[in-house]
Design a protein around this ligand. Structure first.
Ligand code: ZN
Length: 683
């Protein structure tokens, strides 16, 4: 449920000069938010605001937890495709041993490809899901692999380099093989056609469904998230789960994670936090999902600690059926100033639930345990690195959310880094229709962006209830898109409410228009910059935004509420009636909540397929050309800071220093060298 949108990333441009050599960060040098840019990707740096205000014990805790975060990096590569570690290791060996002409086109394109593999945790675009094409020749690749010392080539046991090349070359060069990481196209077998590594060979969608349907005991009110932390394979024709645990799948990485969790436990701020950390270690040791639920419940209850973390098999966006979770980690601590604002929102949660345009039977009578806070990210790991969400709402288990509540966070230093890096990109001048909106966005863009995130996470995901017998799996492949649109619509509906002024969250009744304009412009136009020519929209959050914007465009067409207009030969979004647009958002919110509450698969399918998936090829081409002219990278990711611990003779951490001067390739290579315990192949 995390990942409130990267919508804002669209607003961001790097003034994309090639990164100057990193200067050592000193007080006098302003913080350097832009690191580098290649392909459609921009690498930024975030600042860990107020790290120095932590106590030594808290710093030590952050240190151990960030080690636990970094040790999981291999897992996400392995999960995304079974050849990702082989590809990454081969490319890195070539990169670090290359002796040829560094100005040749082949080499330059090779470096871009490697940087993309690092960025996407594998060979598929992190957002578009499609396998990206290498810009260097097969001959170049073959020659480079052959030039390596054979001990540096990640062959299988006993495999020759020639046979290795036969196996790995099509993985990189054949566009048909592993074409898409997650394929949700209509009418196909989404398991067979997806290139991720959550399912073994020869397993069909129907078999997966039957396997997990059987596991779900009837009338179990507290079901564990079946299948979350495993890979499903066929052995001698029988389906069995390979469970991720110490001694099981991904053991070498999980052992390191457990080691650092046990270290972290020594520095816990209080008993509750210690319990949480210890339970997580036990879960990794046993692979027991009941233990995971136990951990999640205690994690939700840990609200008093300053330091907090996510570490685990968490989000299911990477599996077309939403069963298997990718491994991720974020270590963070409370941003006290901004937490005061989210607290106001969550304290009024019941008011928002009661006054929403949703039918009464789909509302929660009591909205429970929404704890909201603003956080400062200290490290990003696994599926959250280098691209990261700006908001998180966990756990995902419905019954735990209902009975124990959830934690909702907005990550303020990441949002801040986006904003700072974006200054002066020329984006608004290019895409925003009118001076009125430009002015509002300049003044309120950042504030309403953050507020939208807060409302989405604290209220949107927490609102509403399912009818008896309805579960998330009922919406099947449309579940994520519908869930995200529900949270977005809740936020859009309320950001225009007088309640925002009454609660002191906004000080101008027109401020919300900055968010409305940005949302419609993004959903109708600018997010298309991230889609490859000829492709449709795949990713759940993008589908959600497209769906909301196109639904509002169509349903307000008669009254010209919103229009796409040509101005000086360029397409722009014009909003003629903001009040009417808010009504439309309210109407759609009621419908989307009904679809979710009833588990109405047909309804979800109609909404998403009609409004969320299709791309107008002419507008698409125009948007991409205008982006290119501005030199804006449509996607952003981050390098992490570097933490260095000092220890006393007994091995206790006595201080932790943070630094920001590591470059992108430098960091990726260091992680691959120091934090890469998994074997290249699963078996
Ligand atoms: Zn969300």
């Amino acid at each position: 449920m995390k990942k409130l949108t990267l919508m804002m990333t669209l607003m961001i441009g790097l003034s994309c000069t090639q990164q100057k050599k990193e200067q050592a960060a000193t007080e006098a040098v302003p913080f350097n938010y832009n690191v580098e840019q290649f392909a459609d990707l921009g690498v930024l740096r975030y600042q860990v605001t107020d790290f120095d205000s932590l106590t030594v014990q808290q710093k030590a805790l952050v240190y151990c937890l960030q080690e636990a975060a970094l040790w999981g990096r291999d897992i996400i590569f392995a999960q995304n495709n079974r050849y990702n570690l082989a590809v990454r290791r081969t490319l890195e060996a070539i990169y670090t041993n290359y002796k040829g002409d560094k100005n040749s086109e082949d080499y330059k394109n090779f470096v871009v490809y490697l940087k993309r593999v690092w960025f996407s945790d594998g060979i598929h675009h992190h957002y578009g899901e499609e396998k990206f094409a290498p810009g260097f020749s097969e001959d170049f690749f073959t020659a480079q692999v052959k030039a390596l010392k054979s001990s540096l080539v990640p062959t299988r046991q006993g495999q020759s380099v020639d046979d290795f090349l036969k196996e790995i070359t099509p993985v990189i060069f054949n566009p048909e093989l592993f074409a898409k990481k997650v394929n949700q196209d209509k009418g196909i077998d989404v398991i067979v056609e997806s290139a991720n590594n959550y399912y073994g060979d020869g397993i069909t969608q129907d078999e997966v469904k039957a396997f997990y349907d059987k596991m779900k005991a009837a009338n179990d009110e507290h079901p564990v998230p079946y299948g979350l932390n495993s890979r499903l394979v066929k052995k001698d024709g029988v389906l069995t789960e390979e469970v991720c645990k110490v001694g099981g799948l991904y053991s070498a990485a999980l052992e390191k994670i457990v080691f650092w969790l046990k270290e972290a436990s020594k520095y816990a701020e209080n008993e509750q936090q210690k319990k949480v950390i210890d339970l997580l270690a036990e879960y990794y040791e046993t692979g027991s999902l009941a233990k995971y639920d136990e951990y999640s419940i205690e994690w939700v209850a840990d609200v008093n600690s300053l330091v907090d973390f996510v570490n685990g098999f968490t989000e299911t966006y990477g599996d077309a059926l939403g069963i298997k979770a990718s491994w991720e980690s974020i270590v963070n601590f409370k941003d006290l100033k901004n937490t005061a604002l989210t607290k106001i929102i969550s304290e009024n949660a019941q008011w928002f639930e009661d006054h929403s345009p949703v039918l009464p039977k789909y509302k929660k009578k009591q909205v429970k345990g929404i704890s909201a806070k603003a956080i400062t990210a200290a490290i990003l790991g696994g599926d959250c690195y280098p691209t990261t969400p700006i908001g998180i709402n966990l756990p995902n288990s419905n019954w735990i959310r209902k009975e124990h509540g959830s934690k909702s966070v907005t990550i303020t230093n990441i949002t801040d880094a986006y904003d700072k890096a974006a200054a002066g990109s020329g984006f608004n001048d290019e895409f925003v229709c009118c001076d009125y909106e430009k002015e509002l966005m300049k003044k309120y863009g950042s504030q309403t962006d953050n507020l939208h995130t807060d409302l989405h996470e604290c209220l949107g995901h927490a609102s509403g209830q399912l009818m008896p017998g309805v579960g998330d799996k009922d919406l099947n492949v449309y579940h994520s898109s519908i869930e995200e649109s529900r949270a977005d619509l809740f936020a859009l509906y309320y950001i225009a409410d007088d309640k925002m002024l009454e609660l002191g969250l906004l000080d101008n009744p027109e401020a919300y228009k900055a968010e409305y304009y940005k949302y419609m412009m993004n959903g109708l136009m600018t997010q298309l910059s991230r889609i490859e020519p000829g492709k449709q929209i795949e990713e759940a959050h993008m589908r959600n935004r497209s769906m909301i914007a196109h639904w509002a465009l169509e349903h307000g067409a008669k009254d010209k509420v919103v229009e796409l207009v040509k101005k000086d030969g360029k397409t722009v979004v014009v909003i003629n009636d903001y009040a009417a647009l808010r009504k439309l958002f309210g109407q759609l919110l009621a419908e989307v909540q009904r679809v979710k509450s009833e588990g109405d698969f047909k309804g979800a399918q109609t909404l998403v397929e009609t409004y969320g998936v299709k791309v107008d090829p002419v507008l698409h081409k125009e948007v991409k050309e205008r982006y290119e002219k501005l030199g804006i990278a449509p996607y952003k990711g981050f390098v992490n800071p570097v933490y260095t611990a000092s220890k006393d003779k007994q091995g206790n951490i006595t201080d932790v220093k943070i630094s920001y001067n590591e470059g992108y390739a430098e960091q990726m290579l260091r992680y691959s060298k120091d934090y890469s315990p998994l074997p290249t192949y699963d078996e």
